[in-house]
Design a protein around this ligand. Sequence first.
Ligand SMILES: O=P(O)(O)OC[C@H]1O[C@H](OP(=O)(O)OP(=O)(O)O)[C@H](O)[C@@H]1O
Ligand SMILES: O=C(O)c1cc(=O)[nH]c(=O)[nH]1
Ligand SMILES: [Mg+2]
Length: 193
Amino acid sequence: MTSEDVLAVFKEAGALLEGHFILSSGRRSPVFLQKALVFSRPDLSEKLCKALAEKLTASFGKIDVVAGPAVGGIIPGYELARHLGARAIFAERVDGQLQFRRGFSIAAGERVLIAEDIVTTGLSFRETVEALAKLPGEVVGGACIIDRSGGRADVGCKLISLAQVNFPDYAPDDLPPELQKLEAIKPGSRGLA
Ligand SMILES: O=P(O)(O)OC[C@H]1O[C@H](OP(=O)(O)OP(=O)(O)O)[C@H](O)[C@@H]1O
Ligand SMILES: O=C(O)c1cc(=O)[nH]c(=O)[nH]1
Ligand SMILES: [Mg+2]
């Protein structure tokens, strides 16, 4: 699939939003990819993750465990694991820090792939790398559906994306006039109680 094909899937799901959004990193953007609307469609989730899994097998070989950060990484992590013949686990925030709970474990020597929905600054991805450093297993690389950084984000390991885009984002104190006029909304879960 090309990046245009992937954006067409987001459009089909009504997930390509325009307005004034507060991103997970605190940066602001006039564009938001509401992946939850895509992942609410099993047919679309399967199509995207099957195509991504094919790229991953070519780059990383066998994967034993797919690990995604909640909330956004859970469904693509599970669906990728299904196509890769791996198992899926997720990390969730406890007092702001990502932890693997719920009895999830990784055995020594297992090959681990980090799965994300969207990468913007790479912050959430790097936090997942840190959480995995406390567990056995070898992180062989990472995957995301859409890399909003156009390939520039440093995620702390090799990242394979299904699509790369270059949507603008801004520091909150450096907004263009058209964003200053719009009320900002924060769709993601970071920082929620
Ligand atoms: O590369 P970054 O700058 O970290 O941005 C991308 C992250 O932002 C979103 O998560 P968010 O924390 O908004 O919560 P969600 O997973 O519940 O959507 C998304 O799911 C990624 O995890
Ligand atoms: O950077 C983010 O927080 C982010 C951007 C985006 O387009 N979609 C999303 O779910 N998160
Ligand atoms: Mg997330």
